[in-house]
Design a protein around this ligand. Structure first.
Ligand code: PLP
Length: 384
């Protein structure tokens, strides 16, 4: 039996690389292989590409190139922001309970404060105001959530943090926002911002931490002093060049892409909701990024549904990719107060540049039979 066609609806886990980004990186994997930190002509040639990539990223963010620090991934950018500020200045770190673990764990590791969210995953501003006291040195609030897609009200949060703790650094994890939100509109609100290449058509293993001029932090990696002593380690020139090309394309295509993908997402979610009253939308679309379709199939086990979807060629996920495989309900859904029995049937479909009308048709065509099967035998193990 031939494999079913692949319907990839897991763009929040990672995106396929844009062909232009693949093409951009190839010369740096072959002829232009030199270490950009050297002084000879081959190094200068690689250095030129690095400088150009930095300029492109800065322009997409509406900031000066000197604030761009290339890192090894989004996790490293987040860790550097939280641990780096606390190590440089002491004090307390604060973040909402639905942050990615790349923020949550460093905040907890430093003995920081975790602030509750409401039922939509939006940070509770009263609780945030209470948590952001004078001794707070870094506050981190994600621009968009990786699991349920909730967009945080960063303008309000920025005003609150400036009022409560004027010397605190405000960081945002914009890893899931890069495809959908205007990053140049976010940078004026914050002091640090994290990105990860593989979430917008770039390569895995390349991240950026943008740092506002004058913001002090200790680097995580010590060594050769690259990135003006802010991130040691030989530059991944090929990855950085591809990161810049993917971010440039994501930026110029954002408005048109958002409109197209919102239409596809709405058709998918409306179609699923119409199937059965057991299908519930986790967060209203008004507070979400366009690519996110997160639904609760009440009475189903998400692992069983994912298994059946996979058999039909449909790639989706149950929680954030890093947490899937664990049987515990996701920390995001728990923090939002989603009851455990509902959280068990959570599925995240995440759309992106390559998603088509046919993909959505296919999902809507196959899910009814899968639901019938699961709801008829809700406790049957799926034999994985
Ligand atoms: N932050 C968010 C919101 C994410 O979704 C992810 C990846 O899933 C990360 C950080 C970590 O990025 P990376 O995979 O580049 O380490």
């Amino acid at each position: 039996v031939a494999d079913p066609p692949l319907i990839y609806l897991d763009h929040a886990a990672t995106t396929p690389m844009r062909p232009e980004a693949v093409a951009a990186m190839m010369p740096f994997l072959s002829d232009r292989f030199a270490n950009p930190s050297g002084s000879h002509r081959a190094s200068r040639n690689a250095r030129l590409a690095l400088d150009e990539a930095r300029d492109v990223v800065a322009e997409c963010l509406g900031v000066k190139p000197g604030g761009i620090v290339f890192t090894g991934c989004g996790t490293e950018a987040d860790n550097t922001a939280i641990l780096g500020v606390v190590r440089a200045r002491g004090g307390i770190a604060v973040c909402p309970s639905t942050e990615h673990h790349a923020v949550l764990h460093p905040v907890e590791h430093t003995g920081g404060r975790v602030v509750p969210v409401d039922g939509n995953g939006v940070v509770r501003l009263d609780d945030l105001a209470e948590a952001v006291t004078d001794d707070v040195t870094v506050v981190s609030v994600m621009a968009a959530n990786n699991e349920v897609g909730t967009v945080q009200p960063l303008a309000e949060i920025s005003r609150l943090v400036r009022r409560q703790a004027p010397k605190a650094v405000l960081h945002t994890d914009a890893v899931q926002a890069a495809c959908w939100l205007d990053l140049a509109a976010l940078t004026p609100l914050v002091d640090m911002l994290s990105l990860s290449g593989h979430k917008f058509g770039g390569p895995k293993g390349v991240g950026v931490l943008w740092v506002r001029e004058g913001v002090a932090f200790e680097p995580l990696l010590l060594g050769g002093g690259q990135e003006r002593d802010r991130r040691s380690g030989t530059h991944n020139v090929a990855g950085i060049v591809a990161f810049a090309e993917a971010l440039r394309l994501a930026t110029v295509e954002r408005a048109a892409g958002n409109a197209r993908i919102t239409t596809l997402r709405d058709r998918l979610v409306d179609g699923l909701l119409a199937l059965s009253p057991c299908v519930v939308e986790t967060v209203p679309r008004a507070v979400k990024i366009p690519g996110s379709a997160h639904v609760l199939f009440t009475g189903c086990e998400s692992e069983s549904l994912l298994f059946l979807l996979d058999q039909q060629g449909i790639c989706a996920s149950a929680a954030s990719a890093c947490a899937s495989g664990a049987m515990e309900p996701s920390h995001v859904l728990s923090a939002m107060g989603v009851p455990r029995e509902r959280a068990r049937g959570a599925i995240r479909f995440s759309l992106g540049v390559t998603t088509t009308d046919d993909d959505i048709d296919h999902v809507l065509a196959v899910v009814p039979a899968l639901l019938d099967r699961l709801l008829a035998a809700p406790t049957r193990a799926m034999g994985r």
